[in-house]
Write a protein that binds this ligand. Sequence first.
Ligand SMILES: [Zn+2]
Length: 320
Amino acid sequence: MAGSRGRTLVALLRWIMAVLVFPALPAGAAPDQPIPIPVAPGAWMVQGVSALGSAANRNFISNAGIVVTAEGVVVIDALGSPTLAQELLAQIRTLTPLPVTHVIVTHYHADHIYGLQAFKAAGAQVIAHRAALEYLHSDTAARRLAASREELFPWVDENTRLVEADRWIDGPTRLRIGGVEFVLQPVGPAHTPEDLVVHVPSKRLLFAGDLVFRGRVPYVGLADSRQWIASLDTLLGFPVDVIVPGHGPLSTSARADLELTRDYLDYLRRTMGEAARNMEPFEDAYAHTDWSRFERLPLFRAANRINAYNTYLLMEQQGR
Ligand SMILES: [Zn+2]
């Protein structure tokens, strides 16, 4: 009797913690620090929580990469607030006394770039794809920042600013930094126009930004899946063992994860494309499509039908 009442009390306290104290985090979780996780010799990642950005999680919802070279540290993506970036800099100092010399930005979404100013202040050079400039100078980016200053206060405030790259690249770019080669490969427009992936051949390592979803049905949204498939084929050409995605845990079955996303997108385009060409109503096409290869994947129920519907609309347009 007392035991069950005790368990009920614990469950209730957990629920209160989850709902009131850390609304965006799973029950029992605390706001995380960006703790480096080894991914290859001389390379680490920090992993954001799986949630929407909020003041409670300090916008720590995306990943960043760290590669230590003989001359300095290369960071991939800058995290979602200046404070987090400061913490990442402090964590890096526990790995090496060398300074951060470069930050490579995979794309200019808020959760990957609001920390940039901390790295600039620490003397790092920022590198990104030129296609980000249009977004950076847009009203959308300014409105987004204004909203974030409210929603993510005090982690994002009036001192948080959008930071342009010091070096804009226009195409595939090889950098040799402290004896380590980095291949910066544009793969957009897919998730964004400026998508970049960063390949470190000597470590068989790829930082894939937001192009790769792992072990789950991807969220397709309004992305152009044709370009996305082409980008995944580019990624499949890189000889890698480990992929660090923009969100979520690292992948050590890189090829299988990439192939799953590509095959899923390809299957959506083939089945929904055929239905659109035959002017078959979406509901009928959806009902008789064989989803057995994908229906056991996490988020199938949440995402598959809307993915199929968006693809059906896309194929109607592209078929014309
Ligand atoms: Zn992201």
